[in-house]
Design a protein around this ligand. Structure first.
Ligand SMILES: Nc1ncnc2c1ncn2[C@@H]1O[C@H](COP(=O)(O)OP(=O)(O)OP(=O)(O)O)[C@@H](O)[C@H]1O
Ligand SMILES: [Mg+2]
Length: 360
């Protein structure tokens, strides 16, 4: 199996330049692999400021790593030829949180669908362009005759976001990176938009990287999950294992903070807050969660935490699990690959995570 998109030990540090001496490690030693021919749904989850959008921007080549590298089709993005980079820009598409930002209010929505086709010269004439656009709209559950010819404000938020998915689709991408695609959308529409994204994965073989701070939708759509805390991955692997039986104290705190009555409540609201003293711990050599951890041991503040492979399909960056083998480069990729393959074999119907289920 060849690798499509890969982040290899990527770190992103902001600041420390001419204007500001203070540095901020937005992402620390992050690795991710998306294989070709093995369509996957990978979730990147974490609270506000944990580094999710930083990962999206790095994978899209909008910003560049401070250390490590991003590779597409086994080529470092930084060393691609213009032709290779063009293929990358067509095959890796993004959907962002606020679809309104992508629209010019003075142009009909048709334009956002036509522009990418023109830019990449993908339609040979008007008729073909029309056909591609109609197909893409239908794939995301929109009727072309009710969508085309309208101005952005004449569509609902859910429709605008679906047009964004269609815009990504007209380019026949291999990967869609969706950064909080449903957080601005009415709760009742979230499920249908996520379902149309999942169809693209199942029917068109497009790999999805779904970025969210909503643990409930993470659980519903994902095969694998990376949980981020202040730029570091705390736990990764099978979404079912990680959310139903979390092992990292931070993931446990997150899962417990989903209230029973309102599983759609977002992380960081209410129960989770950080004090100045806890913040200080985050800058030491050890675990960034140390100041908030009930299980903290001396070793946690002394050295950086490796990721321990606590079972076949999961890794946990916590010394509570130091008896398990340390994950080495490539192990996480193997876990993701196994999960993507497993999902293709069986159907993956899941219900939202609730406390009752966790206490089975
Ligand atoms: N251009 C920038 N310059 C300096 N710091 C930045 C910049 N962009 C992001 N950061 C910092 O990097 C960290 C991670 O930010 P990021 O936007 O990736 O978080 P996030 O997980 O996407 O949060 P949210 O859920 O609020 O969107 C934050 O501490 C943020 O302040
Ligand atoms: Mg973000």
């Amino acid at each position: 199996m060849t690798t499509l998109l890969e982040a290899r030990n990527v770190t992103k540090v902001y600041g420390g330049g001419f204007l500001s001496k203070e540095t901020n490690v937005a992402l620390d030693n992050f690795s991710l692999t998306i294989e070709d021919g093995n369509p996957s749904v990978t979730v990147i989850a974490g609270e506000s400021g944990s580094g999710k959008t930083t990962i999206a921007n790095l994978l899209l080549d909008v910003i560049h790593p401070s250390a490590g590298e991003i590779r597409y089709r086994d080529k470092n993005l930084a060393h691609m030829s213009p032709a290779e980079h063009r293929t990358f820009r067509r095959e890796v598409q993004a959907i962002f949180q606020d679809p309104f930002e992508a629209y010019n209010p003075f142009h009909k929505v048709d334009r956002v669908l036509r522009m990418p086709l023109r830019k990449f010269g993908l339609a040979s004439g008007e008729a073909e362009q029309r056909k591609i656009i109609h197909e893409a709209l239908e794939l995301v559950g929109l009727r072309p005759e009710e969508t085309l010819g309208r101005y952005p404000h004449q569509l609902s938020g859910g429709q605008r976001q679906r047009v964004m998915v269609a815009r990504a689709l007209v380019l026949h991408p291999r990967i869609i990176i969706a950064d909080e695609p449903v957080s601005m959308v009415d709760a009742s529409l979230r499920a249908t938009i996520l379902e149309s994204l999942l169809r693209l994965n199942r029917e068109l073989g497009i790999s999805l990287i779904y970025i969210t701070h909503d643990l409930t939708t993470a659980y519903q759509v994902g095969q694998s999950i990376f949980v981020l805390y202040r730029g570091s991955v705390t736990e990764l692997g099978d979404v079912e294992l990680v959310i139903k039986h979390p092992q990292h104290p931070y993931t446990r705190l997150l899962v417990e903070s989903i209230p029973l009555a309102d599983p759609a409540r977002r992380w960081g609201e209410g129960t989770i807050s950080i004090t100045a003293e806890e913040e200080n711990h985050a800058t030491g050599p050890g675990c960034k969660f140390l100041g908030r951890c009930r299980h903290a041991m001396p070793i946690c503040g002394e050295q950086s935490v490796p990721t321990f492979r606590t079972d076949d399909l999961r890794g946990v960056a916590c010394f509570l699990h130091q008896d398990a083998p340390v994950m080495v480069d490539g192990d996480a990729a193997t876990v993701l690959s196994q999960l993507a393959r497993r999902s293709q074999v069986g159907s993956h119907a899941k219900t939202p995570s609730r406390k009752e289920e966790r206490e089975e």
